[in-house]
Ligand binder design. Structure first.
Ligand SMILES: [Zn+2]
Length: 452
């Protein structure tokens, strides 16, 4: 427990509320104890001068699939959290579709125990909810589940899609315990229908996958979840949003005061259907990357606050699973390492204000999952989780920099503005210039509801 001490000198501190010029940040025993000017280091505390550099809160990546246990041939938690540390991510929220699926208290505790010794960054765990385990909801929350995932279609681990009644009841429980539920929002019946139609034409081009999952699949599911969230006052997060129609549904629900949040991922903002010829199944994800019209709607939603969160949807697969034809290739790729560098680059190019980066990647995920202000910001009492970025340097994304077993990312070779110099977890430098320093010091983070 506890943590390290460090004095950060002359930071340009970037927070959602604004940018503070030339401040010092003192972290003692892992916690931020002072923010001010010309602070003196207590005896024995190291000083890190970051003049000219940006300091941001460590990223809280709310959406990672690290594949352990059960799917280690794809990747493992050690590699995944090393990539997180290298990429400025200090907390990861790990999805439950590992093997066995995290569907009860016992599996949750076993997974937490297994991962605790391998974590290079702090982590929290999701549980999964399906028709067979809704009665486990409360026990999993009190055992430490940070939230739940509901897959409206089948996924890795063959977790069956739940009925509307299960979704409704899960959101009722969410309202009571203030535990958010993340939804993979695609109507499975519609996905099957359109997939069969497109397959029947004999198409094998990479864009066939996009046409097999048109926006209506995502729009209908988003509208349905928003409706149940409204009726129950539950807390819903629509993950990996890709379609402008779904974003419209989210905007409408949020304007009505529904407690619904929206996440998108860098690949939907930076790639479009124009890129399928270049990247092929490397950029196959669910829901699919769509046309520029959708991409522009997502940027607009990011800027106007409709999209509240940006996560990575880090989802590594083995090379042989990715290098298949368009219908059989696995969906997803590793992203935890590239999430912050890609978004910093967009800010330094003027596409988005710098202050939106800590809002979307750190503060909002932490607020949604009841981790704020321990995580997601830099204020007195927060964990000393920080990223130091040199805005005048640059980053080239290289295959050899990934710790992932199968570094198959469309972003390899991209040249970005800005460079992550240090990642700091509870006062300790855990990565320097992309190199992980020290051992696995990550902790399991829980949230216990205050209700009796
Ligand atoms: Zn995912």
């Amino acid at each position: 427990m506890g943590g390290d001490s460090i004095l950060i000198r002359n930071a340009r501190l970037v927070l959602p509320e604004g940018i503070l010029e030339d401040v010092d940040i003192l972290v003692e025993d892992g916690k931020v104890t002072r923010i001010g000017r010309e602070l003196e280091p207590p005896r024995g505390v190291d000083v890190l001068n970051v003049e000219g550099k940006l300091v941001l809160p460590g990223v809280v990546d709310e959406h990672v699939h690290m594949r352990e246990p059960g799917l280690e041939y794809k990747d493992n938690f050690t590699n995944g959290t090393m990539d997180a540390a290298s990429g400025g991510v200090t907390t990861v929220l790990e999805m439950p579709n590992t093997l066995p699926p995290v569907e009860n208290r016992k599996v949750l505790l076993e997974k937490a125990h297994l991962l605790a010794s391998k974590a290079y960054v702090d982590f929290a765990l999701y549980g999964v909810i399906h028709d067979g385990n809704i009665d486990e909801f409360e026990e999993m929350v009190y055992a430490g589940a940070i939230g739940f995932k509901i897959f409206l279609g089948p996924t890795t681990g063959n977790i069956p899609a739940p009925s509307d009644a299960t979704i409704y009841e899960a959101l009722l429980k969410s309202a009571k315990l203030k535990t958010p539920i993340a939804f993979h929002a695609e109507n499975w019946s519609l996905v099957k229908y359109f997939t069969e139609k497109v397959k029947a034409t004999g198409r094998m081009d990479p864009k066939a996958h996009m046409d097999a999952r048109p926006p209506i699949c995502e729009e209908e599911a988003t509208i349905r979840i928003a409706y149940y969230a409204k009726k129950t006052r539950g807390i819903a997060l629509i993950v990996h949003m890709s379609a402008l129609e779904a974003v419209e549904a989210l905007r409408k629900a949020r304007s009505e005061g529904v407690n619904i949040w929206g996440e998108t991922n860098p690949h939907y903002l930076l790639l479009s259907s124009d890129d399928y010829d270049k990247y092929g199944t490397l950029m196959k994800v669910n829901p699919p990357i769509r046309s520029r019209e959708h991409q522009e709607a997502l940027w607009k939603a990011v800027l106007d606050g409709t999209i509240t969160n940006i996560g990575s949807d880090h989802a590594p697969h083995a090379r042989e699973e990715k290098e298949k034809n368009v219908w059989e290739a696995a969906a997803g790729f590793p992203g935890v390492r590239t999430l912050l560098p890609l978004m910093i680059d967009q800010a330094l190019r003027g596409k988005i204000p710098l202050t939106k980066i800590p809002e979307l990647l750190s503060a909002n995920p932490a607020k949604l999952f009841n981790l704020y202000p321990k995580k997601g910001t830099i204020t007195i009492g927060s964990d000393g989780d920080m990223v130091v970025v040199d805005p005048r340097s640059e980053t080239i994304i290289r295959e050899e920099d990934f710790h992932s077993k199968h570094p198959l990312s469309p972003f390899i070779g991209w040249r970005l503005k800005g460079r992550i110099e240090y990642t700091i977890l509870r006062g300790a430098i855990i990565a320097r210039n992309g190199e992980v320093t020290g051992g696995p010091r990550g902790q399991w983070i829980r949230y216990t509801p205050k209700t009796s």
